[in-house]
Design a protein around this ligand. Structure first.
Ligand code: 3PG
Length: 394
């Protein structure tokens, strides 16, 4: 597909779809990663004399909702760009048209939350036309929203000349290198709570990776499927057959599945609850598995030491509750070290995973950390992302 290298932006109105859906705390941006990642594309278009018109969604409003206005993001953008950023109260109609008419080449304008119009999520053709009326070309920079076939993430690509932004390019490059054409052996770490929400992911990964390391509560379902007592742990008992089928498929495909060998248990789901470390054959009837144990950490890290590529989605335990963050933090530090030593290419993504890596203080030491949650998962599941497909078609 075409990138900014192919676009002549000088003097043009460039509609840039970005993902500014950042977590907020007390009215302030709590994690600016997504904002920071779109800065280079905005700067590049602005420096080349394009009029940068930013389109984005924020939260999941049902119609106009002042508490979900994108206006709060303006200072964070302007600060990082070192330039003023104008704002228009609506992404279509008179407010947008007036603000755009006042723009000079190089200026930057943010339009209000596209989801204030219900037609955005419906990918409504008339709404898409109204958005397109404000631009000469469309740059899709929102990889993390590319799993949505919405007007601003997909529809515009059918009407306007379409280009990938720099972060879109970087995300696709890192993710496809890690999944489609990795340096082998390749390991995937999949954690999180439920097997049922990650079935497609596990299925696709057993076909693509050499080692599949399973952590988090979903490991309990696999241990249960193997006949282990798991006490009061989170577990999807009804998924036991599915878990056994995944293990069988993996074995047939030559993919080694790694499950915990020891675990940290507690009677309560609470920070600093009294805990025990036991082997997976000795989980008490009243206990809950909240983390992997030290032998599992050693097992996982030694296996990771012999791969060349590592993909990570999902924590090993209840990392938001100390000390049950230990397994995740120790594995994260080990992957960071292997990456820094040039031994492993590491790619991580997903909301919880990125918070866990930030919590471990090692996110910046990974080869690549995706800004995407849902889109990262769908990519790993092998699904086509509408916001990417439309770029390829053009
Ligand atoms: C995200 O936060 O993953 C993206 O911005 C998509 O948001 P959505 O899940 O509300 O569509």
């Amino acid at each position: 597909f075409r990138t900014l290298d192919d676009a002549d932006v000088a003097g043009k109105r460039v509609l840039v779809r970005v993902d500014l859906n950042v977590p907020m705390e007390n009215g302030a941006v709590a994690d600016a990663t997504r904002i920071e990642r779109v800065i280079p594309t905005i700067k590049e278009i602005s420096e080349k004399g394009g009029k940068v018109i930013l389109l984005a969604h924020f939260g999941r409003p049902k119609g106009i909702d002042p508490t979900q206005s994108l206006k709060v993001i303006v200072p964070a953008l302007a600060d990082r760009l070192g330039k003023p950023v104008a704002f228009a109260d609506d992404c279509i109609g008179e407010p947008a048209a007036t603000a755009i008419a006042a723009m000079q080449p190089g200026d930057i304008l943010l339009l209000e939350n596209t989801r204030f119009h219900k037609e955005e999520e419906k990918n409504d053709p008339d709404f898409t036309k109204a958005l397109a009326a404000n631009g000469d070309i469309w740059v899709n920079e929102a990889f993390s929203a590319a799993h949505r076939a919405h007007a601003s993430t997909e529809g515009l690509g059918h009407i306007l000349p379409a280009y990938a932004g720099r972060t879109m390019q970087a995300e696709l490059d890192a993710l496809s290198k890690a999944l489609e054409a990795p340096t082998r052996p390749v390991a995937a770490i999949v954690g999180g709570a439920k097997v049922s929400t990650k079935l497609d992911l596990l299925g696709n990964l057993t076909a693509k990776v050499d080692v599949l390391i399973i952590g988090g509560a979903m490991a309990n379902t696999f241990l249960f499927a193997e006949g282990k007592a798991i006490g009061k742990s989170l577990c999807e008992r009804e998924m036991a057959d599915t878990a056994r089928a995944i293990l069988k498929t993996a074995a047939a495909r030559g993919c080694t599945v790694v499950l915990p060998v020891d675990v940290v248990t507690a009677a309560e789901f609470k920070a600093n609850a009294p805990s025990k470390t036991v082997t997976v054959d000795a989980i008490g009837a009243d206990d809950m598995v909240l983390d992997i144990g030290p032998k599992s950490v050693l097992d996982v890290t030694s296996r990771l030491a012999s791969v060349k590529t590592a993909l990570w989605n999902g924590p090993f335990g209840a990392f938001e509750l100390e000390p049950f963050d230990r397994g995740t933090v120790q594995v994260a530090k080990a992957v960071a070290e292997l990456t820094q030593a040039g031994k492993v290419v590491s790619v991580a993504g997903g909301g919880d995973t990125v918070s866990a890596l930030n919590h471990a203080g090692v996110a910046s030491q990974f080869s690549y950390v995706s800004t995407a949650g849902g889109a990262f998962l769908e990519f790993l599941e092998g699904k086509a992302l509408p916001g990417v497909e439309v770029l390829r078609k053009r």
